[in-house]
Ligand binder design. Sequence first.
Ligand code: ASP
Ligand code: MG
Length: 410
Amino acid sequence: MGLIVQKYGGSSVADTDHIKRVAERIVKRKRAGNQVVAVVSALGDSTDELIELAQQITENPPKREYDKLVSTGEQVSVSLLAMAINELGEDVISLSGSQIGIITDDLHAKAKILRVNPERLEQELDQDKIVIVAGFQGVTSDNEITTLGRGGSDTTGVALATALDADLCEIYTDVDGVYTADPRIVEGACKLNGVSYDEMLEFASLGAEVLHPRSVEIAKEYGIKLVVKSSFYCCPGTYIKEVEELEKDIVVTGVTCNSDTVKLSLIGVPDQPGVASRIFTGLAEDGINVDMIIQNVDYDGLNDITFTIGTEDLAHTKVNLKALQEELGYKELVYDTEVAKVSIVGAGMVTNPGVAAKMFEALAEEDINIEMISTSEIKVSCLIDKEKSDRAVKVIHDKFNLDQLCDSDV
Ligand code: ASP
Ligand code: MG
């Protein structure tokens, strides 16, 4: 018995039959004596469809209007789910991000939650209602609608769990947990029983798509117990939690691939102090996350600066950098969308040398060229040709014998 926050992804509420099944699941938890708050994503691919509509009008929609548009997907799903629960005879209310008071900063399309006012939620729960909350959205202190970035409903779920001091936050999705690699790519990929917050944060940031990175950050900060489960089968799922033992004997716990990445190069940038700062400050002010960065050696007082960003930021980045061309005096901007970032993650890497070398060896054996490399204490990433990314994930999974990790706690 307790207060449970659940989150259901788009695939779990893809159509009205799915919605009715989710309603039954929620009602069952309620009737077992729990208070239940459920956060939902938009139906199936409906967010993609809304974005597609905007793209038919402009490549570069004003971000305020973009947020107003895409936040509507979740308005549909919460109401339908509340109707389905009502049909089952339970008291229920659906609420939007602004109705609750999920207050965010004003970085449209990538807003961060600043605080959640728990009063309205607590009032409804006190009246013994099930509360259904629209994921992925909030409002600024000026009452402008914002969204949290693709996949952001996970973050809504964890933020509500934090504000309500919930006993558990369950993330329901179409996979039954966190795997050592995408099981659609690697046949022998293993489901893990437990993953540390830090490893999960790397997996999520690297594009593993199971959880929104910010949700893991908040869960770690506030010690929220998080579990990823399938809404289709009944399995224990994967727990995300504090790492238990300091000595890690499992060095690499997973391999992921992110194909939503673009490599950009500024060719012929004057080699002077302050230039890199000018470029990357401008991008940061526009809310564009830059990932890997390489600056090559100087030739005739010029450099080439190469870096990667997420595909969704390409249009804004091009506008931003073109505006800087005259001021900086660089010669040319080129970009390549046919790249993918393959990464290995593992908390045990810190104390085990030779891990990166082993990954490079796996790629070399397959004749896969590495275009860029970046590392952190617990991950190594390589940018490679997008076409070869599935093969890369398979050979790296093999090289580190990750098929031995089934049902382990890493
Ligand atoms: N509906 C939004 C998306 O598709 C948010 C979410 O699914 O979490 O990105
Ligand atoms: Mg979605």
